[in-house]
Design a binder for this molecule. Structure first.
Ligand code: 3PG
Length: 217
């Protein structure tokens, strides 16, 4: 497992972030996440200025692992790398994007969204180790992840979509899962209203759950 994969797996939870005002919010958000024991972020290209947000989060918290999500083009991969992104997440499996990220001159971990046996076959051929399982709840949740890991035990997955404090422990109890992604600790309400302490608190609660799930496992 690469260092990035290992760090994500140790933290156990990856906040999926959409920032409409990166200049105002990126630094305080990074500090709030780190204070809650979650020094990792997937900054999505759903909002303009994702690259600015990545740069500002890294500046505010250099120890933080900052990646990017909702990546649809090779141009976004380049912008994210230039801004300091350390991993790429895509909603689906686009082999062109995977091969691009794996090129020697890019060499950045990429986690494509996969939910079907056909996706997993392609991911295997591409030499991937960690997949995003998206949208997790809507695609069959933990039951499907377990069923998929029977023929494909070589993958670890990062389920995202419908994860909350309520089902986090259940997901993390499976050895097929390296971490869960989610936006519940970085909702638009929390960010737009600068509720940084609440974000920190939600991160702390999430980390407790990660520790509990792992100590039982
Ligand atoms: C994602 O892109 O990974 C999801 O939209 C996050 O899903 P959630 O908002 O249900 O956590």
């Amino acid at each position: 497992m690469s260092t990035v994969n290992q760090r994500i797996s140790e933290i156990g939870i990856v906040p999926v972030i959409k920032l409409s005002n990166p200049v105002r919010d990126a630094a305080p958000l990074a500090k709030a996440l780190c204070a809650g024991g979650v020094p990792v972020a997937e900054v999505t290209f759903r909002a303009a200025g994702a690259d600015t947000a990545i740069r500002l989060m890294k500046e505010a918290c250099p120890e933080m692992l900052v990646g990017t999500g909702t990546v649809l083009t090779t141009e976004q991969i380049d912008r994210a790398i230039a801004a300091g992104a350390e991993f790429i997440v895509t909603p689906g499996l686009d082999p062109e994007l995977v091969v691009y990220a794996q090129r020697e001159d890019k060499n950045i971990p990429i986690f494509p969204g996969c939910t079907t046996p056909t996706d997993y076959h392609t991911a295997y051929k591409l030499g991937l180790e960690v997949l995003k399982f998206f949208p997790a709840e809507q695609s069959g949740g933990l039951a499907k992840i377990k069923a998929m890991s029977a023929p494909f035990p070589m993958f670890k997955v990062m389920p995202t979509g419908g994860i909350s404090l309520k089902n986090l422990k259940e997901y993390l109890s499976s050895s097929a899962i390296c971490a869960c992604g989610g936006s519940y600790m970085v909702t638009a309400d929390l960010i737009e209203n600068g509720k940084w302490d609440e974000i920190t608190d939600l991160c702390k609660k999430s980390r407790e759950i990660v520790k509990e799930a792992r100590s039982n496992g």
